[in-house]
Design a protein around this ligand. Sequence first.
Ligand SMILES: [Zn+2]
Length: 72
Amino acid sequence: MMLRKAISLMAAFAGLPLLALAHDGHGHFHGYQLAHYFTSSEHAIPIALALVAGVAFFIARRWALAKKESGK
Ligand SMILES: [Zn+2]
């Protein structure tokens, strides 16, 4: 259980650079606008990784709950 919390915290901190606002001059919109991250190709990989991590988290959670309910 402790390992799971540690992994969740690591994933949360890994996503923090997405929120870095100290850049401008590329893509569309300003760095402080959410639209910038969805319209700039430079941010496509971090967003894709975050989506994959989120989906993997929910799949793992459902799998763990199903395993727990089946009693195995
Ligand atoms: Zn940017």
